[in-house]
Design a protein around this ligand. Structure first.
Ligand code: HGY
Ligand code: MN
Ligand code: MN
Length: 402
């Protein structure tokens, strides 16, 4: 069997990047037609690597290489298949394609334990909520979440049914065999490795994050006849708040705060905006600092809405504390990596943060040239992918012996 190398891995990621629900860019969401095509293509590669393939009831694509002693547990590798809008070709999918190549490159004799490669169905949360697939794997995808609707008003349960799966079967997506561990390869998505001229980094922890939906409610009115002192302009309030959000984050080392989405009503050029709704994403490696930053940002929204006589509607969303990777598994990964490989925290969220509290988890970052991600110019270097393939082989051989 020919050895899979970086050329195959990168070509496969770029092939999948063209399987998209937007023209001229990469965009793949939960159980979309593009995702179905992605399952078919990756499923073939999994079969070629000697794995049996199934789609679990939550829409996770799962390739299994049976071991000699199934009772010995299962080693998991993988990452997510979905993307943000106008994404790069490597976020998430690289972790799945690398894992398949590592399996394909293994010696033919079976491992003592099962090896499963998982392509998680939705991590970004663009269509519904983040971490659907990894939450289904650990059995925490609840009924409430299945009732969430997408922008077309379709519930998650209906999306699953429309795709040809059965939401009632979702508990069967949960892991049955004890897991020896979970290893996720992922691009760093930041500037650290590139600035240091290093290929790979070993992840120590994944930063916690809080999301919120923030709405300023004022009064729409005539743009020509309403004097400035009589206005309750929701967009001016939002603009003032957005600058305070940035100031808060800039003044706290390591705190990041992002307003990625904004919509206003009625959004007509000669009408004063009556309502503005924004998304808020706040993260930090330390929980207390993140919470303190979030509270300060919330307080500033209250003050601005009060000063301007507006109403503030604040809806908390995702709340996740910082998650530590497993010491033992990270030690095995470190021993499989070049001497002196950097250890680093992750500012980005990953499926490993859902699994880590339940399954010993480790992550290896690959350099992001230019530190760019969630953007079409996201890329990887062949030599870094070749090194990751070698590290993955050594990691599995160590697990074989342990
Ligand atoms: O938002 C994140 O950190 C990840 O890309 N979902
Ligand atoms: Mn992402
Ligand atoms: Mn990702």
């Amino acid at each position: 069997m020919s050895k899979q190398d970086s050329q195959t891995v990168i070509a496969r990621c770029r092939e999948l990047a063209a399987i998209s629900e937007m023209s001229g860019g990469t965009f793949r969401t939960f159980l979309s037609p593009a995702m179905r095509r992605c399952y078919e293509v990756i499923g073939e590669w999994m079969k070629r690597a000697g794995m049996t393939v199934r789609l679990d009831p939550a829409g996770n694509l799962r390739g299994l290489r049976a071991g000699l002693h199934p009772g010995k547990g299962v080693l998991l590798m993988g990452s997510h298949l979905d993307t943000v809008r106008d994404a790069g070709a490597f976020d998430g999918i690289l972790g799945v394609i690398l894992a398949i190549a590592i399996v394909e490159n293994l010696q033919p004799e079976p491992l003592p334990f099962d090896l499963e490669v998982i392509g998680f169905c939705e991590e970004e949360g663009v269509r519904y909520v983040p971490f659907i697939g990894s939450r289904a794997l650990i059995g925490t995808l609840d009924e409430q979440t299945l009732k969430r609707t997408d922008s077309a008003g379709i519930t998650m349960a209906d999306a699953i049914t429309n795709f040809g799966l059965d939401p009632a079967e979702i508990p069967k997506a949960a892991l049955k065999t004890p897991a020896l561990g979970f290893l996720e390869f992922h691009i760093e998505q930041g500037p650290v490795l590139d600035a240091a001229g290093e290929s790979v980094g070993i992840v120590t922890s994944i930063a916690g994050q809080n999301h919120a939906l923030v709405k300023f409610v004022g009064s729409a009115n005539h743009a020509g006849t309403t004097p400035m002192h009589l206005r309750r302009d929701a967009l001016s309030a939002a603009a003032q708040w957005i600058v305070t959000v940035e100031d808060s984050a800039r003044s706290t080392p390591g705190l990041v705060a992002t307003i990625g989405q904004i919509s206003l009503q009625p959004s007509i050029s000669n009408v004063i905006p009556g309502e503005v709704t924004m998304s808020l994403d706040v993260r930090h490696a330390e929980n207390q600092v993140r919470i303190a930053g979030l509270n300060a940002i919330h307080q500033s929204a209250k003050e601005i809405s009060h000063q301007r006589g507006l109403e503030l509607l604040w809806t908390d969303g995702l709340k996740m504390n910082t998650v530590q990777m497993d010491d033992n598994l990270t030690g095995i990964l470190s021993a499989a990596s070049p001497e002196g490989t950097r250890r680093m925290a992750s500012g980005a969220g990953h499926d490993a943060m859902i699994l880590a509290p339940h399954i010993p988890s480790a992550m290896l970052f690959l350099r992001s040239p230019g530190g760019i991600s969630h953007h079409p110019s996201e890329t990887v270097l062949p030599r870094d992918v070749d090194l990751a393939l070698e590290i993955g082989q050594r990691f599995i051989e160590s697990m074989r012996k342990s």
